[in-house]
Design a protein around this ligand. Sequence first.
Ligand code: PLP
Length: 699
Amino acid sequence: MTKPTTTIASPSTAPAPCRPFPVPWCRPCAGTVDPIPLPVTQTTTNSTATRTPQPITGDWTLEDSADLYGIDRWGSGYFAVGDDGGMLVRPRGSDGPSIDLGEIVAGLRERGLGAPFLLRFDDITDHRMGSLRHAFDQAIADEGYQGTYEAVYPIKVNQQRSLCEQMRNAAAKYGFGLEAGSKPELLAVLALTADSPTIPIVCNGFKDEEYIETVVLSSRIRERIYPIVERPSDLDLIINIARKHGVTPRIGVRIKPSAKGIGRWQGSAGEAAKFGLTAAQLTEAIDKLRAADMLECLQVVHFHIGSQVCDIISFKTAITELAWTYAELRRMGAGVTHINVGGGLGVDYDGSRSATDSSVNYDLHEYAADIVYRIKAVCDQADQPHPGIFSESGRAMVAHGSVLVVDVLASSGLPALVDIETIREQVDDLDDPPRPVLELISTYERVHEGRIGELCHDALAARDEAIGLFQYGRLSLDLRAATERLFKSIAVTLLARPDAVDEDDTIVEDVRPMADVVRETFFCNFSLFQSMPDAWAIDQLFPIAPLRRLHERPTHRGILADMTCDSDGAIKRFPATDGGEFDEALLLHDIRDGEHYEIGIFLVGAYQEVLGDLHNLFGDTHAVHIELDEDDTWAIAEVVEGDTVREVLGYLQYDDNELRRSMRKDVEKAVRTNKLSVAEGAALMRYYENGLAGYTYLE
Ligand code: PLP
């Protein structure tokens, strides 16, 4: 990587006075940033004791940071800004003890673990489960509902053993269970529940004979295991295999509700959905069960209208449909005891509390209250007993519990302002100076006085004209470079003018085309494809904020680029700060020599870890489980070390012994032919071997 610089030349005239956020580029910053900061040693005590508050920088307050990064909007009480400007985590919710995230990170560095790493807070996940339990208990009490509520954690959301064990262990405390969506997941769930035979297990997904036979036989050793009929052929297999083994299974059936979810996964419901039975197929299934004398075995009616359902209205209509299906099935003689409302309970990633893709317009309580109320209303009307309720909530239980910590290594900095005299001299020597160059010079000379929109239009037109001339071979490379420098200088200066923003501090429409030019690139040591694939694949927004210096005004505005060689490996969308759909840049602080600057990427506990891939052979990051001790200090419960280069290569069938052998042979040949000295050869082999044993990220 070439050495990026943040040096900004002084403007030819005095810079415009600084304005409040978000126009930080008016503060020139000086100095060159080392792309790989030197490690710093910090003393940590694992203590949550309060520290001396730091002075606030200028007119910037801790509340400004909380507001800028939306911490209270998306944090659900688990995150906050500390008095000394550090990001706090409160694993047991807003009333519980706080830990400084920067302190944890420094503590891990002292133990030799460098970022990127994933911090897993099992207490947060536990608190989420408790909150879900509480929301349903309250709704059940408020409505005088006669049935029970149980959440079954769909392990597809994150199958990490420790998390699934936590879910299994919490089953007794909260009355929860597990869901499997495939044959491998079923095998994991069966082993996980070996000592807990009463836990409810819901079995979804495509099923072959082996899958169904495993479930049917397991119902002898698991009290409540439910194979869900997703396609008509599943039922034929279940009936035949149950007969073969003389087992009375507890069967569930997934329906295709006509009401679809709203959001990215709305295709999970409706006529064209991949799974579920239509009304006609459902009545055929009833006939088959009756003919097999197994109508009593049909115990659960299920749907799933999609993940991250952003609008509560979708749940309202679909649940009413599901409740009527339950009532009808009972009227037809089926032994249905439970309604399974599937997954879909969403997470407010961008904190906008709206029915948009990365948000939700409801909370746990509204979700629970709506489900309980609607099912009760239908059952009372249909004169049927209130069923037990299952939900397959995954995302909402585990998203909050993981924070990805990433080092920002350097920033590209803002373009330097041009030396206008040099450009003038360059042009003065020409007989026929190209018009767009002259126009850009003239625009730059007027940049502090003229009408901002007009100057912006003039600069854009002249820049485009200059590019056109170059494409026809009528502009030299030198002059093209001069126009580029002029254009960038105009953009930087215009955007620093007070009239570049409106009263809400939003960049005015006229100069918006220039905003790209003043957007820096922050180089971050992680892989987007490995650690937050949904940001790449479906433009999912994730909240991101620095872990320290929140008492200082962030003065740099930019996008985040990862370590992959892919231009897609960048985060260019951030939760909106001004009510828009998203922001195109994030505000961060200047990166100081010899000092780590870490950012947290929050709410990454659901789906990201398991969907991540090995693009550019960046492997799993370290994952560190943090827990609170009895005295509310933090402790490391478990470290799951990230992939080494050797392991990642091994996944792709490279044998590291073979690699070393080939490399050594090549080095020895180079030594024999004097291309390398013996010492150089030895050094190269040492780097190679260390590299194989090392982390896949920059160390
Ligand atoms: N249940 C089923 C059948 C699913 O397909 C999914 C995921 O899409 C879930 C549950 C989990 O959904 P969520 O994580 O939105 O709660």
